[in-house]
Design a protein around this ligand. Structure first.
Ligand code: BG6
Length: 541
């Protein structure tokens, strides 16, 4: 029977375990805050409602590396309710026990906190069930619906269900259709909430994203849909909003009157690893630019929202995306650079070229690097270039947003032997998370030499605490019903409308002579030339 028609039991009062453990957590927090005053006032514990977490693609790489370790971590730190049930769904045959054993092994490899807390794991393992399911099998989905009803009775999951789709993108439409067919999407007053979390990539161009949104919205109301871009769950990315809107001194200079340009870099030292066939279809533009990079742009460039309510925030981000002028054929040629790595050396190790990677076409024209000059044509940013770059097999892993301010109006220190450079505010998203401000200072001594110095805030030393993984933040928010860090349908489409003309333009042009940068180099020469034409250069990170 469809759960929509079954009155769910009212959510149980907090259990003794929860009360006991919350008290324990508060005690720990207080102790931490006593030691380190910067930790005072950190986000308070909120425990989600009792619920079933239905994980599609539970045997896949993403589930094992990211989703399940995040659930374990939330469980271990008492952020999940006692009435929590993980229903793992995938095609392969497993019993509850064999699946739990496999997860335990993965936690040993991928959990960010080691060793595994056996007592916490034993409790979580009791709440894991496995259901074998072919996504096109109607009977299988009927059984899943029955099982979820049974869990409401046995485990007190109260009719609340979060469907997490960690599957191949091509399976999303079918799974959502089946969920709708058996009525698992229905939210009926007091019978529990229903939400669906969808992993990226969300579409592969503007049209396919629109189609996917249409199919998903046939079943789920937009307020039930949580599209993941894991960058939005990163601590330092969330801090961007605090930095901009929790401080009074930056906002007045955060505009075209003071900012010369903005550079955003997402550099990776890794290659495509075991994802050759996925990457062949994706490339750096779809994999990073359309989502992670453009999301960073929105947070840097948006107007202050009226609140951090999900829609207020996303409305402002959407305005930024809509103000980016999609590149036309001429701009694609002049302002956008694509690259592909050849063999080389990365961090002292020899690396193969992209075309030699497993599952990659030896004549592939897929880009592993993209850089471009974009403009946001609105009142605040008109005329300020945003230079974006992302690539694989670059010299190091580094994600950074750098806001470079204009030069002083009059170079009063031109006689100085130093060379004061314009102010830069660099926000290091990862690694070495922190914020750096570069400014001019007088060199001690009798003369008047001026040099640039850095003032640095370092997350690790200031807070002396490990940040949660982005997936922990996002999964918890999904369970709490807070969609502010998830992308809305119109946002995804607006981001695709920036990137799609570029991808289509490239398809109609002869590809550059690939490979055009060696593994371990900072991308192709053309990316440096792009900056040099504007009298600028990429920051050395
Ligand atoms: C993913 C991309 O979205 O982000 C990967 O598909 C990339 O290709 C990864 O490696 C980078 O994420 P992070 O968190 O390591 O910067």
């Amino acid at each position: 029977m469809s759960p929509a028609r079954v009155p769910a039991p009212p959510p149980p009062a907090r259990t003794a375990r929860q009360l006991r453990e919350t008290a324990g957590t508060s005690r720990r927090r207080k102790a931490d805050a006593d030691i380190n005053p910067l930790r005072q006032g950190l986000r308070l514990d909120r425990v989600p409602d009792p619920c079933a977490f239905v994980l599609f693609g539970a045997t896949g790489d993403l589930a094992h590396r990211k989703v399940i370790p995040a659930i374990y971590q939330l469980w271990r730190t008492n952020l999940l309710p006692a009435e929590f049930s993980l229903v793992a769904v995938a095609r392969r045959p497993y019993s509850d026990e064999t699946f739990a054993a496999e997860i335990r092994a993965s936690l040993g490899k991928y959990s960010r906190v080691q060793p595994i807390d056996n007592a916490a794991w034993a409790e979580l393992a009791k709440r894991i069930t496995y259901q074998q399911l072919d996504f096109d099998d109607d009977g299988g989905f009927d059984r899943l619906a029955e099982r979820l009803d049974a869990l409401d009775e046995e485990r007190g999951t109260a009719g609340n269900r979060l469907f997490y789709l960690a599957t191949q993108p091509s399976q999303v439409t079918e799974i959502v259709r089946q969920i709708g067919r058996v009525g698992l999407d229905h939210e009926i007053r007091n019978a529990g909430w229903r939400r669906v979390v969808i992993e990226k990539p969300f579409g592969r161009d503007y049209e396919s994203a629109r189609h996917l949104n249409h199919e998903v919205n046939k079943v789920f109301h937009e307020s039930q849909v949580y599209r993941i871009d894991h960058y939005l769950g990163k601590e330092t990315v969330r801090n961007l909003m605090v930095f901009r809107f929790g401080n009074g001194i930056f906002e007045p200079v955060w505009n075209r009157s003071y900012v010369d340009h903005v550079q955003i870099t997402v550099a990776e030292s890794i290659g495509v690893e075991s994802r050759g066939s996925f990457y062949e279809e994706t490339g750096a533009s779809r994999d990073i630019l359309q989502n992670h990079l453009l999301q960073l742009v929105t947070l840097v460039a948006m107007e202050p929202p009226s609140s951090f309510n999900a829609d207020a925030l996303r409305d402002q981000k959407l305005q930024v995306l809509r103000a980016i002028t999609p590149p036309n054929a001429e701009r694609i040629r002049h302002d956008i650079v694509r690259g592909q790595y050849g063999p080389g050396w990365v961090q002292g190790e020899e690396a193969e070229g992209y075309r030699q990677e497993p599952e990659v076409d030896p004549e592939s024209e897929t880009e592993t690097y993209v850089a471009g000059r974009f403009t946001i044509d609105d009142w605040r940013w008109s005329g300020v270039p945003f230079y974006l770059r992302a690539g694989k097999r670059l010299p190091k892993r580094a994600t950074e947003i750098a806001v470079q301010f204009k030069e002083v109006p009059l170079p009063l220190f031109r006689e100085s032997s130093g060379d004061p450079a314009p102010n830069v505010l660099a926000m290091r998203i990862q690694p070495d998370e922190g914020i750096m401000l570069r400014f001019a200072a007088k060199v001690p001594g009798l003369g008047l030499d001026v040099r640039t110095v850095n003032m640095d805030f370092d997350y690790g030393t200031s807070f002396a605490v490990d940040s949660p993984d982005a997936y922990e933040t996002l999964i918890l928010d999904g369970l709490l019903g807070d969609a502010s860090l998830f992308t809305r349908a119109d946002e995804v489409e607006a981001a695709w409308s920036v990137v799609t003309p570029m991808i289509e333009g490239w398809a109609a042009m002869p590809a550059p002579h690939f490979p055009n940068y060696a593994a371990g180099a900072w991308g192709p020469d053309a990316a440096d030339e792009l900056m040099a034409r504007d009298g600028r250069r990429w920051r050395r990170i």
